[in-house]
Design a protein around this ligand. Structure first.
Ligand SMILES: [Zn+2]
Length: 274
């Protein structure tokens, strides 16, 4: 640093200046945006996997994945709906087939803050066991962006709060990539909370949230996870999944994980009036 400039010669206080009357009190400033109370419903989309002609995995004693995940999702919906300020929504509420892209579309239609797909795993080896939680992979995001852009219906859609009517593919691609990267980061946080809670009531297949290119996780603007609740192909876990008490524990764990995620990551105000 150089020498400070010489002190100004004017305005230097000698004897104390006569008191100046205080300016009139100015109205207090409103709090910054971040401190404003966000007063809106949190919407959670629950997606029971499979359905209709697609039974999903089938356990050694005949338990069907599509039935058990629907039962769990319905109970979770009821549980979440008892939370103040939270509303849950099912992508299917009965035994019918819903295409994967339609599940994502349904969640976006209700402006879901979260998407939770519920499944039960299966493997050739009946010893395989434990729950897993997946978020979207970066590779999955890349292919999702390509498909999203190829779809004219999506191209005029609103992504990450930015209304993309852009004809500039580069701009759209960049916005999609940014939005999806943020989605994945949020999904990993959500997945971590959910995995931590499930680990208290059951076994985990993997200790960390895994990442894969599941089509159902590809909404660029909704944190999305896929939960494999247990291995339905494992006779012991099949009977646990069938047990109403264990279902209740799973539902409690999922609800607590979701609640903890929102407590740490409060949703932003809607960019659109409801
Ligand atoms: Zn499944």
């Amino acid at each position: 640093m150089g020498k400070p400039p010489s002190a100004p010669t004017t305005g230097t206080p000698g004897p104390v200046a006569p008191p100046v009357p205080a300016p009139p009190v100015v109205a207090a400033k409103p709090p910054p945006m971040s401190q404003e109370k966000i007063d809106r419903l949190i919407i959670v989309a629950l997606d029971p996997g499979h359905g209709g002609e697609d039974p999903g995995a089938i356990g050694p004693s005949g338990l069907r994945e599509k039935d058990i995940v629907l039962a769990i999702a319905k109970r979770l919906k009821d549980k979440l709906n008892t939370q103040p300020g939270m509303r849950a929504f099912l992508t299917r509420d009965a035994d019918f087939f819903v295409p994967l892209h339609e599940r994502v579309r349904k969640a976006r239609r209700v402006q879901a803050d979260l998407f939770v797909s519920i499944h039960a795993d299966a493997f050739l080896n009946p010893q395989a066991r434990g729950a897993s939680v997946f978020a979207l992979s970066q590779g999955g995001a890349t292919s999702a962006a390509a498909r999203w852009m190829a779809n004219k219906e999506n191209a005029s859609d609103v992504i990450g709060g930015v209304n993309i009517k852009a004809k500039d593919a580069h701009v759209m691609r960049a916005l999609l990539d940014m939005s999806t990267s943020a989605q994945i980061q949020d999904s990993l946080k959500l997945g971590g909370e959910v995995l931590g809670q499930i680990g208290k009531v059951g076994r985990l297949h993997k200790r960390n949230v895994e990442q894969a290119g599941f089509a159902v996780l590809k909404a660029p603007d909704i944190p999305s996870i896929l939960v494999e609740t247990a291995f339905i192909s494992n006779p012991e876990e099949e009977s646990k999944l069938r047990d109403a008490d264990y279902q209740g524990e799973l539902v409690e764990a999922l609800a607590t994980g979701i609640r903890r995620y929102f407590a740490k990551n409060p949703p932003l105000a809607r960019n659109r009036q409801l």
